[in-house]
Design a protein around this ligand. Structure first.
Ligand code: NDP
Length: 327
């Protein structure tokens, strides 16, 4: 029997971008509760860099990637509610840096009319992340003031737009003037060039010394300490990433001395753990894209074989908005 093969990007050891290899693999067979999808676009996210470097552990070899949109090719046993040819998207794809991949249907949603597969792949992970941060972790209200680091990044641009539609005031940080322009377009009222300015002093100036209600910090190591100083008493520090490196251990008494602050370190999986939450968040973000209410930037799109370059550009802060790989 002839076994159908596909191209995929795997790592056999952890390290720099050079450990990403283009390999031929058999197209996998869907098991119970799974479907096989043909991938049209796959999202590149920082988490794959953490796996590649070995910061997050995985059994090797592994095909990287978890976010993709495509069409259902084959159903596994016991699958209901999906049919061959359906346009679908998920953040739980088992190895999305590939031409085909398996997805558990518990984490699969249909792409509504008016949203392309490329848009779906571009928005699902970062959009649902921005959604839970703004609506659940620290539910923003009109008039709240939020500080969003890396405001021109994938999550940053979406979080700014969602916070703005709620009526919050959004202050962002970015590294360049070009990124500042994009962040303003997304709705930031004030943009701080944290590579040139002291962002803590700027936030205090912009809030007349009061501080902000919430900091959404995905940068981590280089911003964490000063971010705590930007909060008013009983404000919330939402540390949701480590783009500059992990935050070193710290003494919780600091939360007391800096104003009885709250600290959380959330992850998307705990906010889409039930089908109801997944459908709520996916439905909102895909619906907003369909209506043109959530704008996406997808100018960083690479062929699948160039996955290493995509990760280099992400790590070197060269990208804005979403990075996609197209098989
Ligand atoms: P971004 O597009 O935001 O890219 C990262 C950005 O971080 C860069 O563009 C850069 O913006 C900024 N940055 C600051 N310092 C550094 C540095 N030393 N090295 C690299 N980048 C730096 O990425 P994503 O939108 O994909 O993800 C943002 C963060 O959110 C990541 O840390 C990711 O792990 C996290 N995340 C967390 C989730 C969760 O549920 N907890 C889910 C999804 C993402 P600038 O040039 O303006 O400084």
């Amino acid at each position: 029997m002839l076994i159908a093969v596909m191209k995929a990007i795997q790592i056999h050891s952890t390290g720099g971008p050079e450990v990403l290899e283009v390999v031929d693999l058999p197209i996998p067979e869907p098991g119970a509760g799974q479907v096989l999808i043909r991938i049209e676009a796959t999202g590149v996210n920082f988490i794959e860099v953490y796996f590649r470097k070995g910061v997050y552990k995985a059994a090797l070899p592994i095909t990287l990637g978890s976010e993709a949109a495509g069409t259902v090719e084959e159903l596994g046993p016991g699958v209901n509610g999906f049919a061959a040819g359906d346009a679908v998207v998920s953040t739980a794809v088992i190895g999305s840096y590939a031409e085909y991949a398996l997805v558990p249907t518990a984490q699969l949603v249909k792409v509504p009319k008016g949203v392309s597969l490329e848009q779906a792949a571009a928005v699902i992970l970062q959009g649902m992340t921005a959604h839970y941060l703004a609506l659940s972790t620290f539910p923003l209200k009109a008039g709240d003031v939020a500080l969003v680091h890396a405001g021109a990044g994938g999550v940053g641009l979406l979080l700014t737009q969602i916070a703005k539609r709620i009526g919050a005031r959004v202050i962002t940080t970015v590294s360049t003037k070009a990124k500042a322009e994009l962040s303003r377009e997304a709705g930031a009222s004030d943009v701080i060039l944290y590579t040139e300015q002291d962002f803590e002093a700027e936030v205090k100036r912009l809030t007349s010394g009061k501080g902000v209600d919430v900091v959404y910090d995905s940068v981590g190591k280089t911003t964490f300490d000063q971010s705590l100083n930007c909060l008013h008493p009983r404000g919330m520090m939402v540390l949701f990433g480590a783009s500059s490196g992990p935050v070193p251990p710290f003494d919780p008494i600091l939360l007391n001395s800096k104003g009885s602050l709250f600290l959380t370190r959330p992850t998307l999986w705990h906010y889409i753990a039930t089908r109801a939450e997944l459908e709520w968040r996916a439905g909102d973000v895909l619906g907003w894209v369909a209506k043109g209410e959530l704008k996406l930037r997808t100018e960083h799109t690479y062929p699948l074989a160039n996955a290493a370059q995509a990760q280099i550009d992400l790590e070197e802060r060269k990208t804005t908005g979403k990075i996609l790989l197209v098989p």
